[in-house]
Design a protein around this ligand. Structure first.
Ligand code: NDP
Ligand code: TDO
Length: 285
């Protein structure tokens, strides 16, 4: 089998993919962190594609600082749009299939039913807009793509809401957490495993898919579950979005419908709380 190349390999999802590869002795996966492969450097991308001739490319590289993006739109655009497009162009030239990761934040949050791939994406912040523009750029250049929209990623690796809550919960007596933003957390290890389901299926059902864990929760309820499962004793107060001002607006509802991904790949998706138990167990090992 030709190789799989993971770009943005030192980020959260990249590290989860590496963990899945190591635990399952999967061969032929090449992990390239930004220091070894900048997705904005087209000359070095050409060398990498020529050398490895990857069957699949997984794009985990992204600008993910949601608040910072509001004041740094140029950089966010470069990485999330131009970078994604650069990879798609190289995939087209070298016959690779691209698995590109996107976000529930492409939705505006003004519709309170689980969002399908056919629902209109209407981002309300720079991060979400650049991720949507990145999706469009990939799809325009390359037919052989899987765009996976996921949401609220967390894991034992890198920075994420679950690790922030564990840290703050241990430091403070009380925390205020937004209870009127609703979505679904995704354990990045589950997403990493799903990426290998796509690869192993050799599916040609290219297009956009929603993948998060199952179920629905708010940031407040997610935090409560983190504290309950980990045994961290902290008073968690539910608050409204307007009581926790942030630079970027976030969708108040970004639950995704996963019927398409379940039918196409014949998968069962873990319930968010079950995966949270697994993740916290691994953090506390
Ligand atoms: N985190 C989340 O909650 C969610 C994330 N997503 C999407 O999932 C994907 C993976 O996210 P996640 O792993 O959490 O994000 P991270 O921020 O943890 O990882 C992104 C990685 O991309 C790297 N990167 C940035 N610029 C470049 C570049 N020019 N060339 C190569 N690599 C670069 C970063 O390197 P460095 O650290 O050196 O900057 C970092 O290692 C992204 O597409 C994101 O939009 C979707 C929904 C939720
Ligand atoms: C730390 C903290 C956050 N919050 C709120 C702010 C925000 O609305 C929500 C989540 O905050 P964070 O900044 O950790 O998460 P955020 O970076 O907004 O998470 C998003 O990241 C991008 C990359 C995505 O693609 C999204 O799917 C989503 O996961 O929790 C509180 O209410 N209280 C707190 O103490």
């Amino acid at each position: 089998m030709n190789s799989i190349i993971v770009f943005g390999a030192s980020g959260q999802l990249g590290r989860c993919i590496k963990n899945v590869v190591e635990l399952n002795n999967i061969d032929n996966v090449i992990f390239l962190p930004e220091a070894e492969a900048d997705i904005l450097d087209t000359e070095s991308l050409e060398k990498i594609f020529s050398k490895h001739k990857p069957a699949y490319v997984v794009n985990c590289a992204a600008y993910t600082a949601v608040d910072k993006a509001e004041d740094d739109a140029g950089t966010a655009h470069k990485i999330n749009v131009t970078g994604a497009e650069n990879l798609a162009i190289k995939c087209k030239a070298h016959g690779s299939v691209m698995i590109h990761i996107s976000t529930d934040f492409v939705f505006g949050g003004d519709v309170a039913h689980p969002l399908t791939e056919a629902d209109e994406a209407k981002p309300i912040g720079v991060y979400g807009q650049t991720k949507l523009d990145g999706e469009l750029a990939v799809a325009e250049v390359l037919n052989e793509h899987f765009i996976i929209r996921t949401g609220w990623l967390y894991s034992e690796y890198a920075n994420n809401f679950a690790k922030t809550m564990l840290k703050l919960g241990a430091e403070r007596d009380e925390l205020n957490i937004i209870a009127d933003q609703v979505g679904t957390p995704t354990y990045a290890i589950d997403l990493a495993k799903f990426i290998f389901t796509i690869v192993n299926s050799s599916s040609q059902a290219y297009g956009t898919y929603h993948y998060s864990n199952e179920g629905v929760t708010s940031w407040f309820d997610f935090a409560r579950a983190i504290f309950d499962i980990s045994g961290v004793k902290v008073k968690a107060n539910p608050i409204r979005t307007d009581q926790y001002p942030t630079r970027a607006k976030r969708p108040s509802y970004s639950v995704m419908d996963k019927s398409k991904v379940k039918q196409t790949f014949n998968i069962e998706i873990p319930y968010w709380r079950d995966s949270l138990v697994t993740c916290i167990g691994r953090i506390q090992q």
